[in-house]
Design a binder for this molecule. Structure first.
Ligand code: FE
Ligand code: FE
Length: 171
């Protein structure tokens, strides 16, 4: 399977293909986050997922705005990469009984998703600028900031867990 369709010839085609891919990915994430919210036991992690679900719904709307500004109908292209990440993340988490380990697995899965999104949006923003569409780049930048903030929050949670474990060992 090729990464891009046969009808991809210009940078603009690539840009539109990328928009369709992330539009699909954001929907998969909207559908998966409620399961992760249900599974999470740490309240901060749960609340973080809830906040990011609302942000992700809004990110879909931002993409619709970018499609419209570009003059293209909003559409999805299946992305095996995000499918694989979500499948791997959920598969790992669903087998775990220990609450702390389960939360760690969920946070790990979420961070894989954020890194995927940061790569996608980072590239789309660069392409939008190259195409002279700073208006599209600015809107996509709002989403990129949310993905980065979510990633940073997940790293903070992981750090807090490490510190707690170290304290327990000292006690
Ligand atoms: Fe997102
Ligand atoms: Fe995200």
């Amino acid at each position: 399977m090729s990464l891009f369709g046969a009808d991809t010839h210009t940078l603009d085609d690539l840009f539109v293909h990328g928009l369709k891919t992330i539009y699909y990915a954001e929907r998969q994430i909207v559908e998966t986050l409620p399961k992760m919210i249900d599974m999470a036991t740490n309240l901060e992690l749960k609340a973080g997922f809830e906040q990011h679900l609302r942000e992700t719904e809004n990110q879909r709307r931002r993409l619709e705005q970018v499609f419209e500004m570009h003059g293209t109908t909003a559409d999805e292209t299946t992305c095996p990469a995000i499918d694989g990440i979500l499948k791997a993340a959920n598969g790992t988490a669903s087998d775990i009984d220990d609450k702390q380990v389960l939360d760690a697995a969920l946070a790990f899965g979420a961070q894989m998703v954020e890194h995927y999104e940061i790569a996608q949006y980072g590239t789309l923003i660069a392409w939008a600028r190259e195409l002279g569409r700073t208006d599209c780049a600015r809107i996509l930048g709002e989403t990129l900031d949310e993905e980065k903030a979510t990633d940073a929050k997940l790293s903070d949670l992981a750090e807090a867990r490490v510190n707690r474990a170290a304290e327990l060992q000292r006690a």
